[in-house]
Design a binder for this molecule. Structure first.
Ligand code: T4K
Length: 369
């Protein structure tokens, strides 16, 4: 590897700690299919995330896709296009139709003032995204979901360990789906989880992640294979021991960025939300070219020239993907379009040296003139 600074870098335990955790697998030969590491990891996560029910999956995407399948939904799902491909794909791969709600210009999450107008008799669910770890307007989403009897599935891929008003973020909605991908605040190499309220939903999910197998001689649904293996569970168990410290270190990095970039005209930093315990998942910066004096592309290129890999999360919007053959009208989500054309997520990980943050900010400041 060269000495480039990339947008993130996976957190890992000491090698010896991981070796200790996996060593008994050489006695048991139990490698997957909901083994002892899976059970231990699941129990520890339930506690840490402050949720009633949780089940583990091979990744965040399958947790979303199978949750929608488990709910046996039909029709339209209201969601946002300012997200990773996974959110929209989970809807479409279930034969459901995404309906795109615009985002709030401050939090980049679903603009709930525009939500009710999109609800029709075809709507079956709402799939909002806590993007960058910013929490959606859960109260208003909950109110509208009750009013129209809609399911709510949160894409909580970015919100590991966050709380809102003291409650684990996985406890909102009918289900909340987490990602433990290598690039996330917390990882199990690959991995995901669904937190859910209804135990019956949990039973269906458990079957769906294992081909729909109900018992030795019964396959009751057309499921997938989305089981978290024991090596991934072991990585999760190790990383969970250190996650609080990792989040603290991320906070220090974020504060350093803020100390340099706050108040610069034409630069918009991520909002700090009241009542939210943040995990400092991403550091998005929106560049308003006319005021700042340089475009997102110019800043991106200048950083790249200096070996710094910022990313355009989330550009392009999912409702513009060629995969959908022009089926969606991007002009219906103008705020999302505006932000996606101007945002850059800057490098952020626990061990990012603060001198590198200083250097990144200096390069950005120099773009202004
Ligand atoms: N919903 C939302 C809102 C999501 O953002 C995601 C995933 C999902 C659902 C689905 O969850 P999963 O099924 O993935 O669990 C990455 C991740 O692959 C993806 O998990 C994530 N969102 C998305 C936002 O970012 P890429 O294609 O940008 O990743 P990549 O390979 O370019 O990696 C980014 C940087 O991370 C690298 O430059 C270096 C670092 N890295 C990467 C890998 C793979 C490491 O340090 N270690 C690694 O092993 O998608």
């Amino acid at each position: 590897m060269d000495d480039k600074i990339l947008v993130t870098r996976s957190s890992m335990p000491e090698l010896s700690e991981y070796m200790d955790e996996i060593s008994d697998m050489w006695q048991t030969h139990w490698l997957t299919n909901m083994g002892p590491k899976h059970k231990k990891f699941q129990a520890e996560l339930r506690e840490y995330l402050g949720v009633e029910n949780i089940d583990l999956f091979t990744n965040g995407h399958m947790s979303l896709e199978l949750t929608l399948q488990a709910m046996n939904l039909q029709g339209e799902v209201i969601t946002t296009p300012f997200t990773f491909a996974s959110t929209t794909h989970a809807i479409v791969r279930n034969g459901l139709t995404p309906v795109f709600c615009d985002i709030d210009p401050d939090t980049y999450t679903m603009d709930t003032s525009k939500l009710e107008d999109l609800i029709t008799d075809r709507t079956c669910a709402i799939l909002p995204v806590h993007v960058y770890g910013n929490i959606c307007n859960v109260e208003e989403i909950d109110r509208l979901a009750h009013k129209y009897e809609l399911k709510v599935i949160y894409d909580a891929a970015h919100t590991f360990g966050e709380t809102y008003k003291g409650n684990g973020i996985g406890s909102f909605g009918d289900a909340a789906c987490f990602s433990f991908h290598a690039t996330k605040v917390f990882n199990s190499i690959e991995g995901g989880a669904v937190c859910f309220k209804d135990k019956r939903l949990g039973e269906i999910l458990y079957e769906l992640k294992n081909f729909g197998i109900r018992g030795a001689e019964e396959v009751s649904a057309v499921g997938a294979n989305a089981k978290l293996n024991e090596f991934c569970a072991a990585m999760g168990i190790c990383n969970l021991r250190h996650v609080e410290r990792e989040i603290d270190k991320r906070k220090t990095v974020v504060e350093r960025y803020r100390s340099h970039l706050e108040g610069i005209e034409g630069i918009r930093l991520n909002i700090i939300q009241p009542d939210v315990k943040s995990n400092y998942a991403y550091f998005p910066v929106v560049f308003e070219e006319k005021v700042f004096g340089a475009s997102r592309a110019e800043v991106f290129d200048k950083l790249a020239e200096n070996g710094i890999g910022a990313r355009k999360y989330f550009y392009p919007l999912t409702n513009t993907f060629s995969a959908f053959n022009g089926k969606f009208d991007v002009t219906e989500t103008p705020v999302a379009l505006h932000i996606s054309k101007r945002v850059l997520t800057l490098p952020l990980y626990a061990d990012l040296p603060l001198e590198e943050v200083d250097r990144i900010c200096k390069i950005i400041q120099e773009c202004k003139y």
